[in-house]
Design a protein around this ligand. Sequence first.
Ligand code: FAD
Length: 288
Amino acid sequence: MIPGEFEYHRPATLADAVKLLSELGEEARPLAGGHSLIPMMKLRFATPEHLIDLGGIGQLKGICRDGNALVIGAMTTQHDIIHSADIAVHLPILKETALMIADPQVRYVGTLGGNVANGDPGNDMPAVMMALGASYRLEGPDGTRDVAATDFYQGAYFTALEPGEILTAISIPVQPTGHGYAYEKLKRKVGDYATAAAAVTLTMAGGKVAACSIALTNLSETPLLADAAAQAVIGTSLDDAALKAAAAAARAVMSPAADARGTSEYRTHVGGIMVMRALTRAASRAAA
Ligand code: FAD
């Protein structure tokens, strides 16, 4: 449980961090909160020769409003998200989700950028970002580009990040007033990764679902946007038939691995239940 040898770098600016990452090549990795990377290094699943600590770069921290979006710096911690008044008002599903990640010690240092850049299908924030229509700002040797969360995840630990690129911020459209939301996470014990989880945002009008977005955590190699499941409830009053149709459509896109959390069949089954629970709870929070 001791990591291999590495050299530690702590650049003061984003430009220096990108330069270092590009110069040092494949043997270098950005270090954010370290609560996924360091355990991987201790297990020797990751053996970077250089760690580039992003903790000294002030511009990567904080939450600000930009038009109709909230822009969250990559080094903003889960703890910061839980205590942000802007998040509580405009993106309350982020607070709900952050409170279900690990424990307070992990949340004090674990960052939003690290959680979404990691590419671990068990991380909770990526599916929420998909449901919210978020995009990620990436800064690399060739400049800046924005990638939609729905296009970012390509396989387990395999993302759209190119060599030398750093995820600098997450831009999330502010949700409409009166929207409903819920993140339902089944886990074996407090602080565990999800056996299955579902994120839902929706709006209601006249007692019926007017708009809906559903995304899934740890039910495939990547987070999943369950589009057909969302379509199955739009225009309905979320009666039993609509909930069951959504669960069936969501299960059709799941392909969870069998692991210590259960068989693939079990995880697919409970994945559908998480979708129904999240839809029901989101609707109960929405203005009619
Ligand atoms: P790091 O560990 O520093 O980095 C993770 C990876 O992302 C590394 O490959 C790193 O190079 C890369 N990276 C980091 N930041 C950037 C960036 N800005 N640009 C490009 N690449 C970057 N997470 C959950 O979602 N749900 C859980 O239930 C959960 N339970 C946990 C329980 C325990 C006991 C522990 C230790 C961790 C748990 N985690 C869980 C993981 C935790 O949320 C991590 O903090 C998070 O996954 C990674 O964030 P970090 O800031 O620690 O990133």
